[in-house]
Write a protein that binds this ligand. Structure first.
Ligand code: VTB
Length: 321
């Protein structure tokens, strides 16, 4: 993959975030998602790559663009797998809440797991706790392992988890263990990435979210030298069959290398609304400000990019020439 693709990807998530931010707090999650998807799709056409969407907005018959199998890019350049989530946290944008991001990941062709659209149980940590967690171990054992790896007491450990009834038991176990919790309304990609950054105050992510987002989270943590493990959680026989058709045993622990193969991948995320790690888009009349995290697994480079975009010169967020 070309190193320069990193900066190109920033342009894509910036455009998606700015487009979506115009819908912040307006209670219209589909409009927020459509605006980001369209902006993302438009900028993709200008990028020198031959991309195939492996994680996108849905199957070809359900999504008008960024559907699974769609070819992206200007038609020359490296062949890559593309995973997109134009708005990770549509409810967050609709409510003007925390931590909505426009996010995408790419890897060499064939290297991203084509995760089915179903639930995945997840656990994620930053670099200090690599090799110490196990999704099949108890919650308290994982919390103890993270506390030890980070040289702190279990009371100082902060777990993050999406606030859902299905997580009542895990939340109880975390509390019984004496650890603290940051409940999030949505957006477990940001939750997973946050575990690798000290300033977020989050040490470990637990809980069930979407499998496609698990693959994107795994790319992010691979770039950061952290760890992500997932297990598909089919909800019915049809989903169970889909796992088998993909050659995935349902109880198999998907390690980071199963989710994203090889040592190279690029991850980019731009804040739509404010979060612990990324500021949201600021609309200032004639210009917009953006805040983006972009990183590459092969080099381990992590960059934060602040953008200032002229809405006069680039009203559609993309220069056509
Ligand atoms: C959401 C969303 C997550 O999974 O929770 C979703 O916020 C699935 O959970 O970020 P629900 O069906 O309970 O809403 C994610 O999209 C991704 O993992």
């Amino acid at each position: 993959m070309e190193r320069s693709l990193s900066m190109e990807l920033v342009r894509i998530t910036e455009a998606a975030a700015i487009a979506s931010s115009k819908w912040m707090g307006r209670g219209l999650k589909n409009e927020a998602d459509d605006a980001a998807t369209e902006a993302m799709r438009t900028v993709f056409d200008t990028i020198p790559m031959r991309g195939t969407v492996v994680i996108g907005e849905g199957e070809m018959d359900e999504a008008p663009m960024l559907y699974i199998g769609e070819q992206l890019g200007s038609g020359d350049g490296p062949e890559v797998d593309v995973a997109v989530d134009p708005v990770e946290g549509t409810n967050i944008v609709a409510a003007g809440g925390w931590n909505a991001i426009a996010v995408l990941a790419i890897a060499d062709r064939g290297n991203l797991l084509n995760a089915p659209d179903m639930y995945m149980d997840k656990i994620a940590v930053g670099p200090e706790a690599v090799g110490k967690i196990d999704i099949n171990a108890t919650v308290i054992d994982n919390l103890r392992a993270v506390a030890k790896a980070k040289n702190k007491d279990i009371e100082d450990v902060v777990a993050t988890i999406i606030d859902r009834p299905r997580h009542a038991q895990i939340i109880k176990e975390i509390r019984d263990a004496g650890a603290r919790i940051k409940l999030i309304t949505d957006g477990d990609i940001a939750g997973a990435i946050n575990t690798a950054f000290d300033q977020t105050g989050v040490d470990i992510l637990f809980g069930i979210g979407g499998a496609p987002e698990g693959v994107i989270s795994a790319v992010g943590l691979k770039c950061l030298g952290g760890e992500f493990q997932g297990k598909l959680v089919p909800q019915d026989d049809e989903e169970r069959q889909r796992c088998l058709d993909m050659g995935l045993e349902v109880d198999k622990v998907l390690m980071m290398d199963d989710l994203v193969k090889g040592d190279d991948a690029i991850f980019a995320a731009t804040g739509i609304t404010d979060g612990e790690l990324l500021r949201g888009v600021q609309l200032k009349g004639s210009f917009a400000e953006s805040h983006t995290l972009v990183m590459r697994a092969k080099s381990g480079t992590v960059r934060f990019v602040e953008g200032r975009h002229s809405l006069k010169k680039k009203p559609d967020l993309v220069m056509k020439d």
